[in-house]
Each structure stands twice: as structure tokens, then as C-alpha cells.
Design a protein around this ligand. Structure first.
Ligand SMILES: *Cc1c(COP(=O)(O)O)cnc(C)c1O
Length: 353
């Protein structure tokens, strides 16, 4: 399929690479692609970044039929641009689409059109240490209709945002708060889909955690509220004795690309890495016995987010000595080095643009 390109008449000034935050600045162009029952997905095009006109009756505004992805483009030491496991994000977008009754998309078209957009926007990929270009593919339901059913028409779009180093203030552990009042997802629900409603549903717990002085919420399962699921919008890992444990994918956990990369690397290094059910009681007991060595979150934005303190009910525990653990540090260093093309890529994770 040919990708049409319409260039912006005027380009925006590039921001200061050392003062980039997250998700506040957008590039000059975006990618658009439409779906209708008669044409399927059609008309892939790069156009100037700008508002999406839609009637107030557009279905996405009422029933939230939408999905998204999050990945990054990195500038390597040779100055070239590369992606990290983009096909994994594209496959997940299609799995989210299936759950939300959105038509499947051609993975090759999504990857090729993304590369076309990135080549046009290549000057927007920052080069300062720790910076990257965040990529946000999204699909929204566009039928002007108020009945509850799947839309017949959709818009896929991709926007790009240069982002700063996540750990601008240093690679420091965060404090997390186990919520007993709220759950993120339930059995048979949409927890494993990257769909906007999951994030709206998590906001109130996040605000309460912040008010209590905690950075992230640790979510327990939605059935018994006994088993650990995720931390904030990241997957979670525990190091107990010499075993790395992360909750098994059970339908309510988002299957993170970083999660899979952590498991793959740990196993490659000969470390026992298990995907299984892990109760919050097991975590507390392991800590009491001196066997809980590290906790960390894993996701595209932070890569690895070490946890220094965990609060559950009236118990507050310090993980390890409250500092970054050795495995958290090793995983972070290795993943970042691969993403930026500074280390060999034995798994074939890097995709040149
Ligand atoms: C996106 C996301 C993750 C992490 O996925 P990555 O592919 O590693 O970025 C984990 N949990 C939730 C709820 C997410 O939305």
C-alpha cells in the first residue's frame, strides 16, 4: 500500500534536549489510516500534526472503544535511528484490537508506515543521554452513533513525542502502596488489553497513593485481592532468594514487552526466572525471613523501576537496604545498552529504521 506524504508548511523549532519532560511536545507530522467495512484499512498517509475533527457523537467519546501502544525510537552511537522489538508492540495492538472488537491490522503495513513517519521526523529523535522519541499508536472508533455496539469505522493514528531521560535525578528506588480499596482489572475483563478505560480506572487509587506519599500503586488481583498483579502501569518482579518471580499472565495482567525482555535476559544469564502466582502474603513472609532481595517494576517508559519501600495495610517494609538492587541495576544497564545500540543484540531485538 502506498503511503501518501503531505508535508507541514512550517516546521516547529526543536526543543532543548536537556529539558524534555514526558509527552508534552509533539513533532511536525503524524500518521493516519482509516477503516471502513467496504475498503478495510485504507489510505495510509503522513500529514501535518493537528486536531482530529469528529462529531460529538463519535462512538469513542461515549463508550471508550479504543486501544493504544507505547514504544520508543532511539538514536544509536552512529547517529542512526532504531526501534526496540516493534513487532511485539504491533502484535499486542492486534491482540488488544481483538478484545475490543476492532478490526485486525496488517503488521507489515504498521511497521513500514511507522518507519516512513520516523524517517520524515528523524531530526526529532533526540541524541542527549537517556532521551528518546516516544511513539504513540492509537485506534479510535469513529461511527457517529449512540447505540452500544462495535463501531463500523475507525481511525488509526501515530503521534511522536521527544522525551527526556526518565531518571534525570538518578536511578533511585520508588515507594509503592498496596491498594486494598481498588482493583485494576478482573477475570474475563480487559486488563490484558491496552485500552484507555484501564488508565481512567486507575487514577483515583493513584491519587490516594500520592497523597499518602507513595509514587505507585501495587495492584492485587480483582477476585480475592490476594495475588500481586502489577505496579502502576508496569509489570512487577520480585527477587526471592535466587529466583526472579513475576505474576503469570492470567488475563488481567498487561503482557509487557519489557516484562518479556527481562525474563528472556535473566534466563539467558542462567538465573531462575518464574512466571507464577505470587501472593502478597508470600512477599511479606519472604521479607520477614530475610529472603526478599529486590522488587522492581518493568515498562517501556522507565525500563526498570526499583522499589525501595512497600506499604501494605499498616506494615511498611524496606526492600533490601532501600537502595537499587544488583539485578535491577544489571537489567537496566543491559536493556538500555541494547536499546541505544551500545551493546551486542544477541536476541535480535533491535530494528533499524
Ligand atoms: C504498557 C503497560 C505495561 C508495560 O508494557 P511495556 O510493553 O513493557 O511497555 C505494563 N502494565 C500496563 C498496565 C501497561 O499499560
Amino acid at each position: 500500500m502506498e503511503i501518501k506524504v503531505t508535508r507541514a508548511a512550517q516546521l516547529k523549532p526543536k526543543p532543548d534536549e536537556n529539558r524534555l519532560g514526558f509527552g508534552q511536545i509533539f513533532t511536525d507530522h503524524m500518521l493516519n489510516l482509516d477503516y471502513s467495512p467496504d475498503k478495510g484499512w485504507h489510505d495510509p498517509r503522513v500529514e501535518p500534526y493537528g486536531p482530529i475533527a469528529m462529531p460529538p457523537s463519535a462512538m469513542v467519546l461515549h463508550y471508550g472503544q479504543a486501544i493504544f501502544e507505547g514504544l520508543k525510537a532511539y538514536r544509536n552511537p552512529a547517529g542512526k535511528i532504531q526501534l526496540f522489538r516493534p513487532r511485539a508492540n504491533i502484535e499486542r495492538l492486534n491482540r488488544s484490537a481483538k478484545r475490543m472488537c476492532i478490526p485486525q491490522m496488517d503488521p507489515d503495513l504498521l511497521l513500514e508506515s511507522l518507519k516512513t513517519l520516523l524517517r520524515i521526523e528523524q531530526d526529532w529523535v533526540p541524541g542527549a543521554a537517556g532521551t528518546s522519541l516516544y511513539i504513540r499508536p492509537t485506534v479510535i472508533a469513529t461511527d457517529p452513533f449512540l447505540g452500544v455496539r462495535a463501531s463500523h469505522t475507525y481511525r488509526y493514528f501515530v503521534i511522536l513525542s521527544p522525551v527526556g531521560a526518565y531518571y534525570a535525578e538518578g536511578f533511585n528506588p520508588v515507594k509503592i502502596w498496596v491498594t486494598r480499596d481498588y482493583v485494576r482489572a478482573v477475570r474475563g475483563g480487559v486488563g490484558e488489553a491496552k485500552t484507555p478505560g484501564n488508565y481512567a480506572a486507575s487514577l483515583l487509587a493513584g491519587e490516594e497513593a500520592h497523597r499518602a506519599g507513595y509514587t505507585q500503586v501495587l495492584w492485587l488481583d480483582g477476585v480475592e485481592q490476594k495475588y500481586v498483579e502489577e505496579v502502576g502501569a508496569m509489570n512487577i518482579f520480585f527477587v526471592i532468594d535466587d529466583e526472579v518471580v513475576t505474576p503469570a499472565l492470567n488475563g488481567s495482567i498487561l503482557p509487557g514487552v519489557t516484562r518479556d525482555s527481562v525474563l528472556t535476559l535473566a534466563r539467558h544469564w542462567g538465573i531462575k526466572a518464574s512466571e507464577r502466582r505470587i501472593g502478597i502474603d508470600e512477599v511479606m513472609a519472604a521479607h520477614a525471613a530475610g529472603r526478599l532481595k529486590e522488587i522492581f517494576g518493568a515498562g517501556t517508559a522507565a525500563v526498570i523501576s526499583p522499589v525501595g519501600e512497600l506499604k501494605y495495610g499498616d506494615q511498611t517494609l524496606t526492600v533490601g537496604d532501600g537502595k537499587v538492587g544488583p539485578l535491577s541495576q544489571r537489567l537496566y544497564d543491559e536493556l538500555v545498552a541494547i536499546q541505544y545500540g551500545k551493546a551486542p543484540d544477541p536476541m535480535g531485538w533491535v530494528e533499524p529504521v
